[in-house]
Design a protein around this ligand. Structure first.
Ligand code: P1T
Length: 384
């Protein structure tokens, strides 16, 4: 790896950090190291690898590359976003209190509510876009503030810099799930966060063909504990999955630029449609945190949500789409559409969903890289 990669632009790092011509063969693409174990010259004398759960050269390459993209000192790769989240949360202890943004991915809520609460951790859901609410939610036992920004599915934006200052003044660490923004659009560690989490299944992979996760941090103390847990818990990605993620990430900037442009055009077109009650897009004038989004994001991202009259209208619209696939997940080159209340956020009880503002008439779009005119025409036809 070149030594001066800190000076490189984002895409140069995406293509070259952790990778590069193989010193033995000259291959310009990172090899897939499938070996589960490594021969030792004598007990404990080896070339840096012993057993593939503990360390694998293809995974190392991915971790180096993703660390460089997020502007982080350390990255640890996992078998899924939730594998990354679970391993991270195991740093906490029974009795520890976690404050989290109320509008998060349903699977994150399920992990907190149905799994970690059983082990004595306590969770409070808040609107972290309101700084007074963040301040009031901190207790002497609060160890972590957990954010998504933009959130899933309402695309609310949190001022990462401001909330990090509040959390740190109470001795709590800040974790940002940066899945929706991607490291290309937003780098939370530079805004004061202690840890970043990704579902790499989404924009990092980018092609709907690999499930993965990652945790990044600049803190050596956290890296040491996380590295221990990565091995002790074992939710590691396969070498082939690491290779697919490395291949996907090379075009992250290109894809996200096109997706952001397409999403902005779609948000504008939906806002003019008589069947649409409300559009949620961080770059949209109606978004209360547009100024914060503009301050901390390079562009506004490829996700758009909107409300139609009711559930029946939402389901009918989704079934009539032809280019947008009716599917969970997001961040891929092809456009996807889904119904959060019945799909990605169904694990959140109806009352809590309603409190967070995730209504039955809500549709979430993951805008791909297709020709935007075709996407707008698809939506208009489905809404007619
Ligand atoms: O699916 P997995 O790789 O385990 O990642 C979980 C996850 C974590 N964080 C955010 C913000 C996410 O959106 C997800 C997964 N989300 C979906 C599958 C979805 O359609 O929203």
């Amino acid at each position: 790896m070149p030594e001066n990669h800190e000076d490189w632009g984002f895409s140069t790092r995406a293509l070259h950090v952790g990778q590069g011509p193989d010193p033995e063969t000259g291959a310009v693409v990172q090899p897939i190291h499938m070996a589960t174990t490594y021969a030792q010259q004598g007990v404990g004398r080896h070339k840096g690898f012993e057993y593939s759960r503990t360390g694998n050269p293809t995974r190392n390459a991915l971790e180096e590359c993703l660390a460089a993209l997020e502007g982080a000192k350390h990255c640890l790769a996992f078998a899924s976003g939730l594998g990354a989240e679970t391993t991270l949360m195991l740093l906490l202890n029974p009795g520890d209190h976690v404050v989290y943004m109320e509008d998060v991915y349903g699977g994150t809520f399920r992990l907190f509510d149905k799994v970690l609460k059983r082990f004595g951790m306590e969770f409070s859901a808040i609107d972290a876009s309101d700084l007074d609410v963040v301040e009031r939610s901190m207790t002497s036992r609060t160890r972590m503030l957990w954010l998504e920004s933009p959130t899933n599915p309402l695309l609310r934006v949190v001022d990462i810099d401001a909330v990090s200052e509040i959390a740190h003044s109470h001795g709590a660490m800040v974790c940002v799930d940066n899945t929706f923004a991607t490291p290309y659009l937003q780098q939370p560690l530079h805004l004061g966060a202690d840890v970043v989490v990704h579902s790499a299944t989404k924009y990092i992979g980018g092609h709907s063909d690999v499930v993965g996760g990652a945790v990044m941090t600049n803190r050596d103390d956290l890296e040491k504990q996380l590295r221990f847990h990565q091995n002790a818990v074992g939710a590691v990605p396969s070498p082939f999955d690491c290779w697919l993620l490395l291949r996907g990430v090379k075009t992250l900037a290109l894809r996200v630029e096109r997706q952001s442009e397409n999403a902005m055009a779609i948000a504008n077109s939906l806002a003019r449609h008589s069947a649409v009650k409300r559009v949620y897009y961080p770059g949209f004038e109606t978004n209360a945190q547009r100024a914060v989004a503009a301050k901390q994001m390079r562009m506004f991202g490829g996700m758009v949500s909107f409300e139609v009259a009711d559930e029946a209208t939402a389901l009918r619209t989704l079934e009539r789409l032809k280019i947008f696939a009716l599917a969970e997940s997001l961040g891929a080159v092809e456009s996807l559409a889904e119904h959060p209340a019945r799909m990605t956020h169904a694990s959140i009880p109806a009352a809590e969903r309603a409190r967070a503002g995730v209504g039955d008439g809500l549709i979430r779009l993951s805008v791909g890289v297709e020709d935007v005119g075709d996407l707008i025409a698809d939506l208009e036809r489905a809404l007619s």
